[in-house]
Structure formats: structure tokens, C-alpha cells
Design a protein around this ligand. Structure first.
Ligand SMILES: [Zn+2]
Ligand SMILES: [Zn+2]
Length: 178
């Protein structure tokens, strides 16, 4: 979505868009079936407005990620997205190599160059920021047995009971004097 800064009316411009997974050009591997990919359209809605010299982008992004449980490896469909509220300041967009030595606050600053601004780059970044480090099939996923590999959500095994927690091995060998 492109906007001409000088033509944004005082009340702002509302937008509502749908994009195919290929739109996410900052993470090209997410648009191809693989371990982790976007399996639905990417919905974007919100409003762009002017605040003095700045541009403000508010809205929501939503899609679905196909991935695997971090603990047990089962397939997971993960709702991806959330709301965003960004302030863009006039200036040259920064390249990654220019970020060296910036304070965290400066790192947060976003820039735009007029008169016409392509907003998709900021929206794409919001999708990327929403990708979780950990995706669990359920909050209390019990994971796989590190010794025999059974999925503890579906089966139990004898390993845990016979071996105990390996981290406690040293403690068990200590003789405690009374
Ligand atoms: Zn799991
Ligand atoms: Zn086991």
C-alpha cells in the first residue's frame, strides 16, 4: 500500500487488505511448503494518519503459521499476528549496518522518505516480529522422552522412573552425615 504523504486527510486513511503468503518477501521461505510456512492469507487492517511531520500506522495483522511443536515435534497451526502502533519519522530508512552503536531507543525509530511512501515494508516487519521463538502444541506439552523418544503426550515409558533426573545423579551419591 502506497500513500502520498501530503494527500493524507486530517482524519487519516483507513485500510483493509489481504495478501497471499508470497507478499511476505522479507521471509521468502515462509511462502513455500516446508517445515514452517504461512498457510493462509495475510489480513491487514488499520489506519494511517499524520501527526505533525510524522506518520502514524495503527492496525492489526493476522494470518496462520504452519509449524511444529518446539517440544514434541507435532504439527501446529499457529495464529500469527497482533496489533501495531508505529510512528515513522521523516528521514532516510536505516540499513542494518548503520545500526551499530545505536541505543535501544534509537533502534526503535522508524523513518520514511516522501513524497510517496510504500507502507508494506513496515507491515512485513510487523509480521516478522510476531513470529514466536517457541511454538507449543499445547501449553503443557510434555515433550519427547530424551532416552527412548516416545511422545509423553500420548504414551508413557519406563525410562524416567528407572533413571530419574540425570541432574540429580550427583546428589544421590552424596552421603549426608546426620
Ligand atoms: Zn508438543
Ligand atoms: Zn523413554
Amino acid at each position: 500500500m502506497k500513500v502520498v504523504v501530503d494527500k493524507i486527510p486530517p482524519e487519516g486513511i483507513a485500510f483493509s487488505e489481504e495478501h497471499p503468503p508470497e507478499w511476505l518477501t522479507n521471509i521468502p521461505e515462509f511462502s513455500q511448503p516446508g517445515d514452517t510456512y504461512i498457510q493462509d492469507r495475510i489480513l491487514l487492517s488499520g489506519q494511517v494518519s499524520r501527526e505533525g511531520q510524522n506518520l502514524r500506522l495503527r492496525g492489526e495483522v493476522a494470518t496462520r503459521l504452519h509449524t511444529f511443536c518446539t517440544r514434541c515435534g507435532d504439527e501446529v497451526e499457529w495464529p500469527l499476528g497482533g496489533s501495531f502502533d508505529l510512528v515513522l519519522m521523516p528521514g532516510k530508512p536505516r540499513r542494518p549496518e548503520e545500526e551499530v552503536g545505536l541505543t535501544p531507543e534509537e533502534m526503535d525509530h522508524l523513518y520514511f522518505e516522501g513524497p510517496e511512501v510504500e507502507l508494506d515494508q513496515y507491515f512485513r516487519e510487523e509480521v516478522a516480529l510476531g513470529i514466536p521463538i517457541q511454538t507449543l502444541c499445547r501449553e503443557d506439552c510434555r515433550g519427547l522422552c530424551p532416552q527412548c523418544g516416545v511422545n509423553w503426550n500420548r504414551e508413557s515409558c519406563a525410562c524416567a522412573q528407572s533413571e530419574g533426573d540425570p541432574r540429580l545423579g550427583i546428589l544421590r551419591k552424596l552421603k549426608i552425615k546426620s
